[in-house]
Design a protein around this ligand. Structure first.
Ligand SMILES: NC(=O)c1ccc[n+]([C@@H]2O[C@H](COP(=O)([O-])OP(=O)(O)OC[C@H]3O[C@@H](n4cnc5c(N)ncnc54)[C@H](OP(=O)(O)O)[C@@H]3O)[C@@H](O)[C@H]2O)c1
Length: 285
């Protein structure tokens, strides 16, 4: 068994929640799981407790609240009462208080919010802050697939999250990268307090991955596969200390953990971001 590496979180969004995956993760030193109330058809917490309840104390467990069962599958809400109840329910279903609870994609409701978005966001964050003070979870954060709408809403009334999770990697557009950087700066978050998510944009079988060679970002560092290179580059787009990545295959997780020893050329990352920015300017005219 390897020593714990806090830089990798096993994300369960697309996972079949097999026990062998969790034991494999522990063997690799991956001791953090990220799930959500709505994963696995709103059954992720219960299935985890049933199939691996004895393993859960060996992991730090993060989850998310914001989606609720509703007509047509799921509905999103930032109602503080519902969010607070969802955190309580998560602790009951998991059989332990989560180590971290994210407000899940707040932008989903904020886009539709007719009243003042900043107030809605502040009250939702305050609900998680309150749940944390009451010991229902150890900390709270914000997980945002599209952080751009949040940029204009943060201010002194919005409590600061302990962790921000944003999309990361080569498939993330410059608008999202820039928005993430604005939030990181505004909340004065250390890279260790920022998580990336979905470094492969949901999968490595997409045709885009056959057309690019992310090893260009590695300079002279030892040989890595394209998947490994894409994974470690994602820690720089934007700069994050931890990555939530999904896999149902422990050997794949092992490849990712092995990749962490590689170095990424910051200069190439900056050139890439300049190219993205130039292209976005070109498209505006
Ligand atoms: N808004 C949010 O809060 C939000 C949204 C999206 C994601 N997330 C978080 O981020 C996590 C990861 O996102 P994701 O699963 O959507 O996308 P992802 O991590 O970008 O991609 C997962 C896919 O990559 C493949 N993969 C991983 N390692 C591989 C390897 N070494 N070789 C080949 N293929 C590999 C996996 O296939 P195999 O199973 O075949 O390995 C899996 O299907 C989620 O579980 C969740 O925790 C959060």
């Amino acid at each position: 068994m390897r020593g714990a590496d806090p830089r990798v979180v096993l994300g369960l969004h697309r996972s079949c929640h097999e026990r062998r995956l969790l034991t494999g993760a522990l063997d690799l030193g991956v001791t953090a799981l990220d799930t959500s109330t709505n994963y696995l058809g709103f059954r992720s917490h219960q299935i985890l407790a049933q199939t691996a309840g004895d393993l859960l104390p060996k992991f730090t467990v993060s989850t998310k609240v914001g989606y609720f069962p509703g007509p047509g599958g799921a509905e999103h809400s930032l109602d503080p009462v519902r969010l607070h109840a969802a955190v309580e329910q998560a602790a009951r279903d998991l059989g332990k208080e989560p180590d971290l609870v994210f407000l899940h994609n707040p932008e989903h409701s904020l886009r539709e919010a007719s009243s003042d978005g900043q107030e809605v966001l502040a009250e939702a964050c305050a609900a998680l802050d309150d749940a944390t003070s009451k010991g229902l979870c150890a900390a709270w954060g914000i997980a945002s697939w599209d952080p751009s709408p949040l940029v204009r809403l943060i201010g002194p009334t919005v409590p600061r999250p302990a962790t921000l999770m944003v999309r990361a990697g080569l498939l993330v557009g410059v608008r999202t990268l820039d928005a993430a950087d604005v939030l990181i700066k505004a909340w004065d978050l250390d890279p260790s307090e920022v998580w990336g998510m979905s470094p492969f944009g949901g999968g490595t079988s997409d045709s885009v991955w056959a057309k690019i060679d992310p090893r260009i970002f590695l300079g002279d560092s030892p040989q890595r596969s394209c998947v490994q290179a894409a994974f470690i580059v994602a820690y720089h787009l934007p700069r994050v200390g931890t990555m939530a990545v999904g896999t149902d295959e422990p050997a794949h997780l092992g490849e990712l953990v092995d990749a962490l020893a590689g170095a990424v050329e910051e200069r190439t990352v900056q050139e890439y971001r300049s190219l993205l920015r130039d292209r976005s300017h070109d498209q505006r005219f």
